[in-house]
Design a binder for this molecule. Sequence first.
Ligand SMILES: Nc1nc2c(ncn2[C@@H]2O[C@H](COP(=O)(O)OP(=O)(O)O)[C@@H](O)[C@H]2O)c(=O)[nH]1
Ligand SMILES: [Mg+2]
Length: 219
Amino acid sequence: MASNEERISSNAAASSTGPRGEELQLLTGSDGIKIILLGDSAVGKSKLVERFLQSSYKPHLLSTYALTLYKHTYKADDGTQLPVDIWDTAGQERFNSMHASYYYRAHACIMVFDVTRKLTYKNLDTWYEELQHHAPGIPTLVVANKIDIDYQVTQKSFKFAEKHGCPFFFVSASDGTNVVRIFNEAILQGIKWKLSPKEDLLLEALVPGVRLLRRRTLS
Ligand SMILES: Nc1nc2c(ncn2[C@@H]2O[C@H](COP(=O)(O)OP(=O)(O)O)[C@@H](O)[C@H]2O)c(=O)[nH]1
Ligand SMILES: [Mg+2]
């Protein structure tokens, strides 16, 4: 892995009390952007992260922990560098729910489904609901993975993203289609979210519908 990336696995998200001490510091101490991935098991979340960070595809890498944290450095065009934490599930998504610490202070979310398994698309509803509960209104990208299996699928329309006002992308962790694009887009949206005035968040909580207005101005 490149020197500016670091991979840390933790079973903290699976414990009922959540992370503590040094581990808590590690998980929440970053001053940068936190990106999370959501979606059913085996849709390709881990492979997308690995593809983005390593530009190589390793289909047999196995994760055994409840989450994997990747430390990445985002380099803007003007040379500015920004730490980015990319959080990947590592098994807990099997139970159709993630520990609250997974969502805590997240700035953007990449929701993934597998174009070859309809149920993983249907289950986006549940993931989205849980996301709104823990991290209401954060920028969310919806990605349809594994298009390399049958490129015809890109002719289909998937209404979920449109319904929720989320950007939508066809991707392949296998051949790399749109992988760098979705992560950079998530990071940029996450930066905007982080910098947005927090009074807006309060307003959103008080006035239903305000979030939709603001999201449009962000995209
Ligand atoms: N053909 C194809 N297979 C993929 C792609 N992405 C992931 N896979 C495979 O799908 C399986 C699950 O991937 P993984 O990243 O572990 O899924 P996760 O559980 O969502 O993290 C693995 O066997 C991967 O090799 C893809 O874009 N195309
Ligand atoms: Mg995984």
